[in-house]
Design a protein around this ligand. Structure first.
Ligand code: ATP
Ligand code: MG
Ligand code: MG
Ligand code: MG
Length: 566
């Protein structure tokens, strides 16, 4: 590819509305552009990476015996009625009507559609097990799309579904998928961890999530330092041995004992669900509620009944900001993160307000408001140690080692679903005994587009992205110095470009009439791992320069030897 015929679309300025480094770099490196909230156009630099990730996922799925299909994004509501998810799914499910007033959804996931296919196509045990996958756009009307393609509304997912007649058979496919996922994330060059996950409301018993380790991750994951035990925080809390944690002090209990009436009022007014009540009460609004997240944090000598339900709306309304210094002074917070553990008074947080104010949050004291806190991540997901029932250093429930907690980005999720979908949709086949038997299912998701962002979180430096070869938009950049003035430079550069193409190397030939500094900055920003620099000065010595983007190492080599470098 020649830069002059390409859409490089790089940007110098760091976009102000991008909070995490991957989002900033994806915009600056000309990978994506926002169309509307949670909707992104993939530009050539982004699409090249996305396609490489997609291809690695596809190859490993094929290698593990899964078979590719492609289902429609638009799904009729009848199937969702059959499984009961039409009522249960909530507003993440985008619903609409066609010209005949029939209800449809934009697929957030495809259990219904694939089960509909299998109940028609498969009628004998001889056709099982069957594992089908697709790589396809999903739509989820996320309450809060953010971090660019990390949490978008339309995103690319690899979703696979397996069908079996026995739990043993399901387990064996599950194990194959687990192994395939490990190969995928290894080939992608990511530092990742599989962790035990909760199976939640769908039923089923076994589930693992695959997390890419990154500080910006929205999830907390828990590991033993001396065994294979690893779980997401929800599962870790479920597994934590009861009674191990010190009971809250008398004082704490008094503070934390919520005034029943007030809580009841809150629950009624905001349709909220009480998530946790120890020192902290975290209440989460239902998806329908206007106040999508409300956290009450009780500290010091304040009591919950001081917070009147009416205050919620008042506090959640217009926000005023104090400086961070003022806030730290007011709450006695030292350096480091300004977290709710440092807050000596009850604080009410409203997510809608927090959203429009860059993570600011209303407080009911002295008209001060807090910001710099990621409430959803740090509070609700229990990042603040005080709030959870599993903390760093706890003994591991597996009996070996102590726990450490890290942040992760969920990039994959595998699940033994059991027969919940097959039962409600009546998906059965004739078994070996000639009897009708309901199928049992597994499902296996990979966030293909999220992986692109997650990979950048792990591969960047102050100059831009440092792609591993496997998913770089181009493997090689050829950067000629003043090519438009030097015939010799042009000749060598063009020759190497042709040779790279012949060798099947993904190459970008930067043939723009730009200053060398501009070209280098762009090549580093978009993260091309191998760079050849051709200039008259080195050609005089009979060499050209090879630069490795990741190590920063530069060497001069004879023109003929350049392709031995990488
Ligand atoms: P999350 O907890 O981040 O909301 P999820 O558990 O709802 O994800 P799954 O239903 O397990 O997601 O979907 C499979 C995979 O799809 C996830 O592991 C994740 O990598 C990806 N994914 C889910 N939601 C999004 C999104 N809004 N944007 C990008 N990728 C997503
Ligand atoms: Mg989700
Ligand atoms: Mg999840
Ligand atoms: Mg999940």
């Amino acid at each position: 590819m020649r830069s002059s015929k390409y859409l490089l679309a790089t940007q110098k300025e760091t976009p102000s509305d991008a909070e995490i480094v991957s989002h900033q770099l994806m915009l600056r490196a000309g990978m994506v552009r926002k169309l509307a909230s949670g909707l992104y156009t993939w530009l050539p630099n982004g699409l090249r990476v996305l396609s490489k990730v997609e291809q690695i996922v596809r190859e490993e799925m094929n290698a593990s015996g899964s078979i590719e299909i492609h289902m429609p994004t638009v799904q009729p509501s009848d199937l969702w009625q059959e499984t009961g998810r039409w009522d249960k799914f909530g507003p993440e499910l985008l619903r609409f009507k066609d010209r005949h007033s029939r209800d449809f959804v934009l697929g957030p996931t495809h259990e219904e559609v694939v089960t509909e296919l299998v109940r028609r196509e498969v009628n004998s045990y001889k056709q099982l097990p069957l594992n089908l996958f697709q790589i396809q756009a999903k739509f989820r009307d996320e309450v809060r799309p953010r971090f660019g393609v990390m949490r978008s509304r339309e995103f690319l997912m690899k979703d696979a579904y397996s069908f079996h007649l026995s739990d043993e058979c399901l387990q064996s496919t599950y194990d194959e998928m687990y192994a395939a996922y490990c190969r995928i994330f290894e080939r992608l060059g990511l530092e990742y961890r599989p962790v035990l996950a909760d199976t939640g409301s769908i039923g089923g018993s076994v589930s693992h999530e695959f997390h890419v380790l990154a500080e910006s991750g929205e999830d907390a994951i828990v590991f033993s330092d001396n065994s294979d035990y690893a779980a997401n925080i929800e599962k870790a809390e479920a597994l934590a041995p009861a009674g191990e944690r010190p009971a809250p002090s008398q004082e704490m209990q008094e503070v934390a004992t919520p005034n029943a009436k007030t809580i009841a009022e809150l629950v009624e007014q905001f349709d909220i669900k009480v998530e946790q009540t120890v020192k902290t009460l975290i209440v989460k609004a239902s998806e329908e509620s206007e106040h999508s997240l409300i956290a009450l944090i009780l500290r010091g000598d304040h009591e919950l009944n001081e917070i009147k339900a009416e205050n919620l709306t008042e506090i959640a309304s217009p926000l005023e900001f104090a400086s961070e210094e003022e806030i730290r002074a007011a709450v006695g917070a030292g350096p480091g993160s300004l977290g709710p553990v440092n807050l000596p008074m009850p604080v009410i947080v409203d997510r809608a307000a927090a959203h429009c104010s860059d993570f600011g949050a209303g407080a009911n004291v002295d008209d001060k408001h807090f910001f710099g806190i990621n409430w959803e991540r740090d509070v609700v997901l229990g990042e603040v140690a005080d709030l959870r029932n599993v903390v760093e250093g706890d003994p591991s429930p597996c009996g070996s080692g102590n726990l450490s907690i890290k942040r992760g980005i969920e990039v994959g999720h595998i699940f033994q679903l059991g027969d919940a979908y097959a039962k409600s949709m009546n998906a059965a086949v004739l078994n070996e005994q000639g009897k009708n038997q309901t199928l049992t299912m597994g499902c296996y998701g990979v966030g293909v587009s999220r992986i692109v962002a997650a990979a950048i979180e792990q591969n960047n430096d102050k100059y831009g992205i440092t792609w591993p070869d496997a998913i770089a938009p181009f493997k090689l950049a050829i950067v000629p110095m003043n090519m438009h003035k030097s015939h010799r430079v042009q000749e060598v550069a063009s020759k190497l470009y042709e040779e790279a193409k012949q060798r099947g190397i993904d190459v970008l030939f930067d043939d723009r009439k730009e200053r060398p500094g501009v070209m280098f900055a762009d090549i580093e920003l978009i993260g091309i791992p191998h760079v050849i620099v051709i200039g008259d000065r080195s050609l005089d010595k009979g060499v050209i320069e090879y630069k490795n983007r990741r190590s920063g190492e530069k060497v001069e080599v004879a023109v003929e030897q350049i392709f031995d470098q990488f």
